[in-house]
Design a protein around this ligand. Structure first.
Ligand SMILES: Nc1ncnc2c1ncn2[C@@H]1O[C@H](COP(=O)(O)OP(=O)(O)O)[C@@H](O)[C@H]1O
Ligand SMILES: [Mg+2]
Ligand SMILES: [Zn+2]
Length: 311
Protein backbone atom coordinates (compact mmCIF):
# COMPACT_ATOMS: atom_id res chain seq x y z
CA UNK A 1 0.00 0.00 0.00
CA UNK A 2 1.20 3.50 -0.75
CA UNK A 3 0.40 6.43 1.54
CA UNK A 4 -0.61 9.22 -0.84
CA UNK A 5 -1.23 12.94 -0.56
CA UNK A 6 -4.99 12.24 -0.69
CA UNK A 7 -4.76 10.74 2.79
CA UNK A 8 -3.38 13.87 4.42
CA UNK A 9 -5.73 16.33 6.19
CA UNK A 10 -7.33 19.29 4.42
CA UNK A 11 -5.72 22.75 4.61
CA UNK A 12 -6.00 24.50 7.97
CA UNK A 13 -7.79 27.84 8.42
CA UNK A 14 -5.75 30.96 9.35
CA UNK A 15 -6.58 30.69 13.07
CA UNK A 16 -5.36 27.15 13.36
CA UNK A 17 -2.30 28.17 11.29
CA UNK A 18 -1.41 30.68 13.99
CA UNK A 19 -2.07 28.06 16.62
CA UNK A 20 0.25 25.65 14.72
CA UNK A 21 2.99 28.31 14.69
CA UNK A 22 2.59 28.86 18.40
CA UNK A 23 2.77 25.14 19.13
CA UNK A 24 5.86 24.68 16.98
CA UNK A 25 7.60 27.62 18.60
CA UNK A 26 6.72 26.38 22.08
CA UNK A 27 8.06 22.87 21.36
CA UNK A 28 11.27 24.09 19.75
CA UNK A 29 11.90 26.44 22.71
CA UNK A 30 12.06 23.38 24.95
CA UNK A 31 14.94 21.85 22.99
CA UNK A 32 18.47 22.98 23.84
CA UNK A 33 20.16 22.05 20.52
CA UNK A 34 18.95 20.57 17.28
CA UNK A 35 21.62 18.58 15.46
CA UNK A 36 20.69 18.17 11.80
CA UNK A 37 22.59 15.25 10.23
CA UNK A 38 23.14 15.91 6.53
CA UNK A 39 25.20 14.69 3.60
CA UNK A 40 25.53 15.31 -0.09
CA UNK A 41 25.22 11.62 -0.91
CA UNK A 42 23.28 8.55 0.16
CA UNK A 43 25.00 5.60 1.75
CA UNK A 44 27.76 7.60 3.47
CA UNK A 45 26.53 6.94 7.01
CA UNK A 46 24.01 9.60 8.13
CA UNK A 47 21.67 6.96 9.51
CA UNK A 48 24.65 5.38 11.21
CA UNK A 49 25.87 8.63 12.75
CA UNK A 50 22.43 9.97 13.81
CA UNK A 51 21.21 7.13 16.10
CA UNK A 52 24.69 6.47 17.47
CA UNK A 53 25.15 10.16 18.22
CA UNK A 54 21.75 10.19 19.92
CA UNK A 55 22.53 7.03 21.92
CA UNK A 56 25.98 8.33 22.93
CA UNK A 57 24.58 11.68 24.08
CA UNK A 58 21.88 9.85 26.04
CA UNK A 59 24.59 7.68 27.64
CA UNK A 60 26.33 10.95 28.60
CA UNK A 61 23.18 11.74 30.64
CA UNK A 62 21.68 14.25 28.20
CA UNK A 63 17.97 14.12 27.41
CA UNK A 64 17.84 13.31 23.71
CA UNK A 65 15.26 13.00 20.94
CA UNK A 66 15.98 11.21 17.67
CA UNK A 67 13.83 12.19 14.68
CA UNK A 68 13.94 10.41 11.32
CA UNK A 69 12.74 12.68 8.52
CA UNK A 70 13.86 10.33 5.75
CA UNK A 71 10.30 10.02 4.49
CA UNK A 72 11.15 7.77 1.54
CA UNK A 73 13.58 5.49 3.34
CA UNK A 74 13.13 5.62 7.12
CA UNK A 75 15.79 3.38 8.63
CA UNK A 76 15.79 4.50 12.26
CA UNK A 77 13.13 2.01 13.53
CA UNK A 78 15.27 -0.86 12.19
CA UNK A 79 18.57 0.61 13.41
CA UNK A 80 17.17 1.15 16.91
CA UNK A 81 15.51 -2.28 17.10
CA UNK A 82 12.05 -0.68 17.14
CA UNK A 83 10.43 -2.19 14.06
CA UNK A 84 6.75 -2.98 14.49
CA UNK A 85 6.33 -0.45 17.33
CA UNK A 86 2.96 1.28 17.36
CA UNK A 87 2.73 4.86 18.55
CA UNK A 88 0.73 6.07 21.52
CA UNK A 89 -0.81 9.50 22.10
CA UNK A 90 -1.56 11.56 25.18
CA UNK A 91 -4.79 12.82 23.59
CA UNK A 92 -3.25 15.82 21.82
CA UNK A 93 0.31 14.78 20.86
CA UNK A 94 2.04 11.69 19.50
CA UNK A 95 4.31 10.07 22.05
CA UNK A 96 7.86 9.38 20.87
CA UNK A 97 9.09 5.85 21.53
CA UNK A 98 11.30 5.69 24.64
CA UNK A 99 14.61 3.82 24.48
CA UNK A 100 16.06 3.65 27.96
CA UNK A 101 15.80 6.61 30.29
CA UNK A 102 17.17 9.48 28.21
CA UNK A 103 16.26 8.78 24.60
CA UNK A 104 12.99 9.06 22.67
CA UNK A 105 12.56 8.23 18.99
CA UNK A 106 10.14 9.27 16.24
CA UNK A 107 10.09 8.18 12.59
CA UNK A 108 7.66 8.11 9.70
CA UNK A 109 8.51 4.40 9.71
CA UNK A 110 6.29 3.97 12.80
CA UNK A 111 3.31 5.25 10.81
CA UNK A 112 3.74 2.89 7.88
CA UNK A 113 1.89 -0.35 8.40
CA UNK A 114 4.40 -2.56 6.60
CA UNK A 115 8.11 -2.31 5.93
CA UNK A 116 7.38 -2.33 2.21
CA UNK A 117 4.89 0.59 2.31
CA UNK A 118 5.95 3.53 0.19
CA UNK A 119 5.23 7.19 0.81
CA UNK A 120 4.32 9.39 -2.13
CA UNK A 121 4.29 12.97 -0.93
CA UNK A 122 5.08 16.13 -2.80
CA UNK A 123 7.19 18.94 -1.32
CA UNK A 124 4.51 20.97 0.54
CA UNK A 125 3.10 17.80 2.10
CA UNK A 126 6.55 16.75 3.24
CA UNK A 127 6.87 20.16 4.86
CA UNK A 128 3.53 19.52 6.62
CA UNK A 129 4.50 16.12 7.96
CA UNK A 130 7.91 17.33 9.17
CA UNK A 131 6.21 20.27 10.89
CA UNK A 132 3.94 17.76 12.66
CA UNK A 133 6.92 15.67 13.71
CA UNK A 134 8.37 18.76 15.34
CA UNK A 135 5.25 20.38 16.78
CA UNK A 136 2.81 17.52 17.45
CA UNK A 137 5.19 15.08 19.13
CA UNK A 138 5.47 15.27 22.91
CA UNK A 139 9.26 15.73 22.92
CA UNK A 140 9.23 17.45 26.28
CA UNK A 141 12.34 19.16 27.62
CA UNK A 142 15.39 17.97 25.63
CA UNK A 143 19.08 18.83 25.63
CA UNK A 144 19.44 17.60 22.04
CA UNK A 145 17.17 16.65 19.15
CA UNK A 146 19.16 14.68 16.55
CA UNK A 147 17.52 14.74 13.11
CA UNK A 148 18.41 12.15 10.47
CA UNK A 149 17.81 13.60 6.99
CA UNK A 150 17.72 11.94 3.58
CA UNK A 151 20.70 12.69 1.30
CA UNK A 152 21.11 15.96 -0.53
CA UNK A 153 19.55 19.36 -0.08
CA UNK A 154 15.93 18.68 -1.06
CA UNK A 155 12.56 19.25 0.60
CA UNK A 156 13.29 17.46 3.87
CA UNK A 157 16.51 19.25 4.95
CA UNK A 158 15.04 22.53 3.73
CA UNK A 159 11.85 21.98 5.76
CA UNK A 160 13.90 21.07 8.82
CA UNK A 161 16.14 24.13 8.46
CA UNK A 162 13.10 26.39 8.14
CA UNK A 163 11.15 24.84 11.00
CA UNK A 164 13.62 24.12 13.80
CA UNK A 165 14.33 27.78 14.48
CA UNK A 166 17.28 28.89 16.57
CA UNK A 167 19.90 26.69 18.22
CA UNK A 168 20.32 24.32 15.28
CA UNK A 169 23.64 22.99 13.98
CA UNK A 170 24.42 20.82 10.95
CA UNK A 171 26.54 17.70 11.33
CA UNK A 172 27.73 16.81 7.84
CA UNK A 173 28.74 13.26 7.01
CA UNK A 174 30.94 12.25 4.10
CA UNK A 175 33.24 9.44 3.06
CA UNK A 176 36.80 10.42 2.12
CA UNK A 177 36.12 9.65 -1.55
CA UNK A 178 36.36 12.68 -3.87
CA UNK A 179 32.94 11.84 -5.36
CA UNK A 180 31.26 12.17 -1.95
CA UNK A 181 33.35 15.15 -0.90
CA UNK A 182 32.35 17.26 -3.90
CA UNK A 183 28.66 16.78 -3.02
CA UNK A 184 29.40 17.95 0.51
CA UNK A 185 30.55 21.32 -0.83
CA UNK A 186 26.98 21.83 -2.07
CA UNK A 187 25.70 20.76 1.33
CA UNK A 188 27.80 23.39 3.11
CA UNK A 189 26.64 26.05 0.64
CA UNK A 190 23.06 24.98 1.37
CA UNK A 191 23.66 25.45 5.11
CA UNK A 192 25.05 28.92 4.48
CA UNK A 193 22.07 29.82 2.30
CA UNK A 194 19.49 28.70 4.85
CA UNK A 195 21.41 30.16 7.81
CA UNK A 196 22.15 26.79 9.45
CA UNK A 197 25.53 26.93 11.25
CA UNK A 198 27.79 23.92 10.62
CA UNK A 199 29.01 22.04 13.71
CA UNK A 200 31.44 20.27 11.40
CA UNK A 201 32.23 17.41 9.05
CA UNK A 202 32.50 13.73 10.03
CA UNK A 203 34.65 11.56 7.76
CA UNK A 204 33.03 8.13 7.82
CA UNK A 205 34.36 4.89 6.33
CA UNK A 206 37.79 6.36 6.80
CA UNK A 207 40.22 3.46 6.62
CA UNK A 208 39.83 -0.14 7.66
CA UNK A 209 42.14 -1.99 10.00
CA UNK A 210 42.30 -5.67 9.07
CA UNK A 211 41.31 -7.61 12.19
CA UNK A 212 43.57 -10.50 11.14
CA UNK A 213 46.90 -8.76 10.52
CA UNK A 214 46.28 -5.20 11.79
CA UNK A 215 47.23 -3.64 8.47
CA UNK A 216 45.41 -0.40 7.62
CA UNK A 217 43.65 -0.17 4.26
CA UNK A 218 42.22 3.07 2.90
CA UNK A 219 39.36 1.66 0.86
CA UNK A 220 37.72 5.00 0.08
CA UNK A 221 40.87 7.10 0.43
CA UNK A 222 41.65 9.14 3.48
CA UNK A 223 41.57 12.74 4.62
CA UNK A 224 39.00 14.00 2.06
CA UNK A 225 36.59 15.18 4.76
CA UNK A 226 39.28 16.90 6.78
CA UNK A 227 40.68 18.58 3.67
CA UNK A 228 37.24 19.85 2.74
CA UNK A 229 36.65 21.17 6.26
CA UNK A 230 39.87 23.16 5.97
CA UNK A 231 38.98 24.39 2.49
CA UNK A 232 35.45 25.46 3.48
CA UNK A 233 36.48 26.92 6.85
CA UNK A 234 34.24 24.63 8.94
CA UNK A 235 35.31 22.47 11.91
CA UNK A 236 36.41 18.89 11.41
CA UNK A 237 34.75 16.49 13.84
CA UNK A 238 36.88 13.37 13.25
CA UNK A 239 37.08 10.09 11.37
CA UNK A 240 35.15 6.86 11.82
CA UNK A 241 36.83 3.78 10.36
CA UNK A 242 35.02 0.99 8.54
CA UNK A 243 34.06 -1.47 11.23
CA UNK A 244 32.11 -4.72 10.76
CA UNK A 245 30.67 -4.02 14.23
CA UNK A 246 28.77 -1.06 12.75
CA UNK A 247 27.14 -3.32 10.16
CA UNK A 248 26.18 -5.87 12.85
CA UNK A 249 24.93 -3.14 15.21
CA UNK A 250 22.72 -1.74 12.44
CA UNK A 251 21.34 -5.12 11.44
CA UNK A 252 20.49 -6.19 14.97
CA UNK A 253 19.17 -2.77 16.06
CA UNK A 254 21.80 -1.97 18.72
CA UNK A 255 23.82 1.25 18.40
CA UNK A 256 27.52 0.34 18.31
CA UNK A 257 28.43 3.54 20.16
CA UNK A 258 27.00 2.17 23.39
CA UNK A 259 27.89 -1.48 22.78
CA UNK A 260 31.09 -3.51 23.02
CA UNK A 261 34.34 -1.81 22.12
CA UNK A 262 35.49 -1.97 18.50
CA UNK A 263 37.70 0.05 16.17
CA UNK A 264 34.95 2.59 15.52
CA UNK A 265 33.77 3.07 19.09
CA UNK A 266 36.75 5.09 20.36
CA UNK A 267 36.83 7.22 17.22
CA UNK A 268 33.10 7.86 17.47
CA UNK A 269 33.41 8.95 21.11
CA UNK A 270 35.85 11.63 19.92
CA UNK A 271 33.32 12.81 17.33
CA UNK A 272 30.62 12.98 20.01
CA UNK A 273 32.93 14.90 22.34
CA UNK A 274 33.63 17.48 19.63
CA UNK A 275 29.92 17.83 18.83
CA UNK A 276 29.18 18.40 22.53
CA UNK A 277 31.95 21.02 22.58
CA UNK A 278 30.75 22.61 19.39
CA UNK A 279 27.20 22.77 20.76
CA UNK A 280 28.27 24.43 23.98
CA UNK A 281 30.61 26.80 22.15
CA UNK A 282 27.83 27.70 19.74
CA UNK A 283 25.63 28.35 22.76
CA UNK A 284 28.33 30.68 24.05
CA UNK A 285 28.41 32.37 20.64
CA UNK A 286 31.82 31.06 19.64
CA UNK A 287 32.99 28.78 16.82
CA UNK A 288 34.72 25.44 17.40
CA UNK A 289 38.26 24.94 16.08
CA UNK A 290 39.70 22.37 13.70
CA UNK A 291 40.53 18.78 14.51
CA UNK A 292 43.62 18.50 16.68
CA UNK A 293 43.74 14.74 16.91
CA UNK A 294 46.34 13.91 14.27
CA UNK A 295 47.86 10.56 15.02
CA UNK A 296 45.24 9.63 17.61
CA UNK A 297 41.61 9.24 16.56
CA UNK A 298 42.17 10.41 13.00
CA UNK A 299 45.55 8.95 12.20
CA UNK A 300 45.96 11.22 9.18
CA UNK A 301 49.69 11.43 9.61
CA UNK A 302 50.01 7.67 9.21
CA UNK A 303 51.30 6.51 5.84
CA UNK A 304 48.52 5.00 3.74
CA UNK A 305 49.02 1.26 3.42
CA UNK A 306 47.50 -0.54 0.47
CA UNK A 307 48.12 -4.21 1.01
CA UNK A 308 46.60 -6.48 3.55
CA UNK A 309 49.13 -9.17 4.34
CA UNK A 310 46.86 -11.76 5.91
CA UNK A 311 45.85 -13.42 2.65
N1 LIG B 1 31.95 3.12 9.45
C1 LIG B 1 31.23 2.13 8.91
N2 LIG B 1 31.70 0.86 8.89
C2 LIG B 1 30.98 -0.14 8.35
N3 LIG B 1 29.76 0.03 7.80
C3 LIG B 1 29.25 1.26 7.79
C4 LIG B 1 29.93 2.37 8.35
N4 LIG B 1 29.14 3.47 8.20
C5 LIG B 1 28.02 3.06 7.58
N5 LIG B 1 28.07 1.74 7.32
C6 LIG B 1 27.06 0.92 6.62
O1 LIG B 1 26.84 1.52 5.34
C7 LIG B 1 25.47 1.47 4.98
C8 LIG B 1 24.94 2.87 4.66
O2 LIG B 1 24.96 3.63 5.86
P1 LIG B 1 23.74 4.59 6.26
O3 LIG B 1 24.05 5.09 7.61
O4 LIG B 1 22.43 3.91 6.05
O5 LIG B 1 23.92 5.74 5.17
P2 LIG B 1 22.96 6.99 4.79
O6 LIG B 1 21.98 7.20 5.88
O7 LIG B 1 23.92 8.14 4.62
O8 LIG B 1 22.31 6.62 3.48
C9 LIG B 1 24.76 0.79 6.13
O9 LIG B 1 24.58 -0.57 5.80
C10 LIG B 1 25.71 0.92 7.31
O10 LIG B 1 25.62 -0.16 8.22
MG1 LIG C 1 19.87 7.29 5.84
ZN1 LIG D 1 45.01 -8.63 6.96
Amino acid sequence: MAVTSEQTPAKADPDSKQEEERRLHQRMEQIGRKLVVLSGKGGVGKSTVAPNLAAALAADHFKVGLLDVDIHGPSIPRLMGLEGTTLGTDGTSLLPVPVGENLAVMSIGFLLAKRTDAVIWRGPLKFGVIRQFLSDVAWGQLDFLVIDCPPGTGDEPLSVAQLVGQAALAVIVTTPQELAVSDVRRCITFCQQVGLPVAGIVENMSGFVCPQCGVSLNLFGRGGGEGLAREMGVPFLGCIPIDPGIVCGGDCGKPFATGASGPAKGAFSEVVRRIEESASEAAAGRRAGHCDSKGTACGHDQEPTHHCSCR
